[in-house]
Design a protein around this ligand. Structure first.
Ligand SMILES: Cc1cc2nc3c(=O)[nH]c(=O)nc-3n(C[C@H](O)[C@H](O)[C@H](O)COP(=O)(O)OP(=O)(O)OC[C@H]3O[C@@H](n4cnc5c(N)ncnc54)[C@H](O)[C@@H]3O)c2cc1C
Length: 399
């Protein structure tokens, strides 16, 4: 039974390394930053996680925030035109979701990994260095890939590959936002411009966590929300965000942010995600196969709130597959076998759901309208975020 190498200590790499450690399997985790560097950095996501994911983390002894993170009870959907709410409904999740700053989570999980005896190496191996390292391990799992390494994983031809991002993103973590009266996350769609999404979360150094509000602008490129500067400071970005909220959100919603301020110097992020589905088995230049996980294989726009959930499910399924076959051999065939259940049950439905949410087909648009008068449908819509595989069932919920 040899050692497993895991590259990248995020939503996929960390739970996988923990699962292997817990199962008695020697593992080496390689990542670019230690816990202090993660905490000193900027926010990286908005990371809403749904109960099936939170349960997996709790089962692994990693659910440190279950009792302290604010619950997100469901979705307050609004379609707004010229600041007027033209469609509104509230859908409740069967069980609440939560969002904890990835800086807090990764720092704590890294600390626990070391405390539990895990082998951690800090570095950013080049492709040649990874090739060299991989030769000394039974299996290499890649959960982080720059352009060169990503090129070792073929795009899956069965999936459409947009050439450009569908949205341009701006994230702000804020103090001082008035909470939603029913603990709901708000999802406001501005036809032709994009979406403004906001919910309560937890941020701060482990042991000093505090509540915040997490605000995400999903701007259609060239639309009115597409204003954020790559090089702006948190204060400048908050000034831009405040102007957008006041210009586009119904007054009652915008009012909630009147006394808000960024939580810290790293409280904002501006960028974009080009979705891609890759084959799970990559080949290093020598031909050595490596197993891809998380975003390396299935990268989605955040509008469907799926990527972190998907990555944690991937980690746990890969962990079980490795522990099931302690002696491998971990060849390409084994890797295809290990990845198939995750892809079929989690990643593909999540990618389909995300595409549907961002560009709702006519049937889905009708459902969004019908949900105004049908609480069961509104609740089912909210719950499909937690279980995207239920998308087909959503259609049968219409009264
Ligand atoms: C704005 C935004 C909002 C989002 N909101 C949500 C949401 O609400 N819900 C949801 O489920 N998902 C959301 N996501 C997606 C989610 O954050 C990702 O899908 C998830 O983090 C992917 O997990 P991963 O393990 O594949 O990669 P990551 O979590 O990104 O982990 C990769 C790790 O690799 C490390 N690393 C980086 N470079 C190197 C290197 N060169 N060498 C070694 N290690 C390196 C990083 O430090 C990190 O630890 C959002 C994403 C964005 C951008």
């Amino acid at each position: 039974m040899g050692q497993i190498l895991v590259l990248g200590a995020g939503e996929c790499g960390l739970p996988l390394a923990h699962r292997l450690l817990h199962g008695g399997r020697p593992v080496t985790l390689v990542t670019d930053r230690d816990a202090e560097a993660v905490l000193a950095g900027t926010v990286t996501s908005t990371q809403v996680k749904f109960p099936p994911t939170l349960d997996l983390e709790s089962d692994l002894g990693l659910g440190f925030w279950r009792s302290i993170a604010p619950n997100i009870e469901g979705i307050r959907f609004t379609m707004a035109v010229d600041r007027a709410a033209v469609v509104t409904w509230a859908g409740r999740l069967t069980r609440p979701a939560q969002s904890v700053d990835q800086r807090t989570v990764f720092a704590r999980w890294l600390g626990e990994y070391l405390a539990r005896g895990g082998d951690l190496r800090i570095g950013e191996p080049s492709l040649a260095e990874l090739e060299h390292s991989a030769a000394g391990y039974d299996l290499t799992v890649v959960t982080r890939a720059g352009r060169e390494l990503a090129g070792c994983f073929e795009a899956d031809p069965a999936w459409p590959a947009p050439a450009a991002p569908l949205r341009r993103l701006a994230v702000l973590y804020l103090d001082g936002v008035e909470p939603d009266p029913e603990g709901l996350g708000s999802y406001t769609t501005l036809p032709e411009h994009g979406e403004v999404i906001s919910y309560p979360g937890l941020t701060g150094r482990p042991g000093q966590e505090r509540r915040c509000e997490i605000l995400l602008f999903e701007a259609r490129p060239g639309g009115a929300l597409d204003v954020f500067d790559q090089h702006g400071t948190p204060a400048q970005r908050w000034a831009q965000a405040r102007r957008l909220l006041e210009a586009h959100l119904p007054a009652g919603l915008a009012e909630r942010y009147r006394h808000a301020e960024p939580t810290d110097a790293g409280a904002t992020l501006v960028g974009a995600v080009t979705p891609v589905m890759r084959r799970p088995v990559g080949a290093l230049p020598s031909g050595r196969p490596v197993l891809g996980g998380g975003d390396v294989v299935c990268r989605m726009d955040p509008g469907g709130a799926q990527g972190a959930n998907n990555a944690v499910h991937c980690a746990l399924r890969y962990g079980e597959a490795i522990l099931h076959d302690p002696d491998g051999p971990y060849d390409s065939q084994w890797m295809e076998w290990a990845a198939a259940p995750w892809l079929t049950a989690v990643a593909y439905p999540a990618a389909r759901w995300t595409a549907t949410v961002l560009d709702p087909p006519p049937a889905m648009q009708e459902m969004m309208l019908a949900a105004q008068h049908d609480t069961t449908l509104a609740d089912a819509f909210a719950d499909t975020f937690a279980r995207p595989a239920n998308l087909a069932r959503l259609a049968t919920t219409v009264a």
